[in-house]
Ligand binder design. Structure first.
Ligand code: URA
Length: 434
């Protein structure tokens, strides 16, 4: 088989066979096919896509490029909830407490923050002494002992994705639905789970800027999941504004815990309830999503979710503690109120701007090597639809170093748009695809 012939075939819009896909990907992984030929194939895929069968083989080859995390005989129904990345997304933190109450385990590999989007790994690591499992055996042990297992991405799992993603990043081929779908799904399918819930963010702060693209990505990922025999549900959710009020790390942990106590922001609480509702339906513990949501609301009233969350923390080894007043969490030294210069109804809060304003004060990374200042962040006080007067506080910046505060303020300034007319609140749940 010749790499050039495979590139030409895809360029000319002919579907590739499983042998051709395996040949190309395996030889790229072991260095026999150079970056320039892989770049050409990626560009051909960018323009011509992969059909369902090709996607299956492409994803399968990716999965088999590294280790698998196999959980045998878990007593719990295991759910892998994946978010395509947003601003203020602390859902995994809240879910681990809630799923636990229903005898469901949350299982997943989580990412670090990069660019304007936050990362679950950093949010958990803002809790002093929190330690993720360091390898697949520790992760499996965690699942066996407490029912849930979460750890950061490992180079040993789907190493081909890391190599291809780095190349896509510099060849203009990130934004291909086929490549995104196989990249995400290979990492989901390399781990045992009984159900996958995809939270596909849509809007200015998300990878998918419009609903059509988000639907296509969701369908594509769901087809892959179903072809591998997994139960899978896609939820399209709004990212035209940050999720909840807190954007950062430690402040997001606080918001997630408050949500477990029933004090969460309306949009975030609804998202969490909906995902739990879907999970309960998947696990056969509710007849439909609405019944699952109700069970979730009632569970929050019992106070058990926070106890489960603490159990999860205890297992992680370093004895991380959360007190009622959160005083053990890192806290920035300074606070700055960002006030409105205009009056009216808020019609936009550009999530990407808020994410960048938060990243540059130290809560995120512009490059993968950057370190994080866990106690800094931005707490919004208003959401789209709220009426504000001149001088009202729109957000509070919590910071340590004032070097980037002027730029952060400028990004905030540009994030807000006001209208004279009443603006409806935005619905966080756009569509559920089963
Ligand atoms: N996230 C991934 O893991 N892969 C992509 O290609 C895009 C987003």
């Amino acid at each position: 088989m010749l790499a050039i012939k495979i590139i030409e075939k895809k360029r000319d819009k002919y579907p590739l066979t499983s042998d051709e896909i395996n040949f190309f990907l395996n030889n790229y992984l072991n260095g026999n096919i150079p970056d320039y030929q892989m770049s050409a194939l990626l560009m051909a895929i960018y323009f011509n896509g992969l059909n369902q069968e090709e996607l299956f083989h492409f994803t399968n080859s990716m999965i088999n490029s590294g280790e698998l995390i196999k959980i045998n005989n878990s007593e719990k129904f295991l759910i892998d909830k994946h978010s395509t990345g947003g601003v203020g997304d602390k859902t995994t933190i809240a879910l681990v407490g809630l799923f636990g109450c229903f005898g469901i385990g949350e299982i997943k590999l989580s990412g670090k923050s990069l660019g304007h989007t936050g990362g679950t790994v950093d949010k958990f690591e803002s809790i002093p002494n929190f330690k993720f499992p360091e390898n697949k055996n520790q992760m499996i042990d965690m699942v066996n002992k407490i029912g849930s297992g979460i750890m950061g991405y490992s180079d040993k799992i789907v190493p081909l994705d890391k190599k291809i993603y780095a190349l896509r990043d510099v060849t203009g081929t990130i934004e291909s639905i086929s490549l995104i779908a196989s990249s995400i799904m290979s990492k989901k399918l390399a781990i045992t789970s009984n159900g996958i819930i995809l939270d596909i963010k849509v809007g200015s702060g998300a990878f998918m800027k419009n609903i059509e693209d988000a639907k296509e990505l969701s369908q594509s990922m769901m087809n892959i999941g179903k072809n591998f025999g997994r139960k899978i549900v896609g939820v399209l959710t709004d990212m035209e504004q940050p999720l909840g009020f807190a954007v950062g790390n430690a402040n997001e942990v606080i918001e997630a815990i408050e949500t477990l106590k029933g004090n969460g922001p309306k949009d975030f609480s609804l998202l969490v309830n909906t995902i739990i509702g879907i999970g309960l339906l998947m696990a056969g513990k509710a007849q439909n999503i609405d019944e699952g949501k109700l069970l979730c609301e009632n569970m929050i009233k019992t106070g058990k979710p926070i106890e489960h969350f603490k159990k999860f923390l205890e297992y992680t080894g370093g004895n991380p503690k959360i007190t009622e007043d959160y005083s053990l969490l890192p806290m920035a030294k300074n606070k700055l109120e960002f006030k409105s210069k205009k009056e009216g109804y808020i019609s936009q809060i550009q999530a990407e701007n808020i994410g960048r304003a938060t990243m540059i004060i130290g809560a995120g990374r512009s490059k993968i090597e950057d370190s994080i200042d866990y106690g800094v962040g931005i707490n919004l006080t208003k959401k789209i639809g709220d009426k504000v007067n001149k001088g009202d506080i729109l957000a509070v910046i919590q910071y340590n170093d004032d070097k980037n505060i002027p730029d952060s303020l400028r990004l905030l300034e540009e994030a807000y748009v006001f209208s004279d007319k009443k603006i409806p609140e935005r619905d966080v749940i756009i569509e559920i695809q089963m």
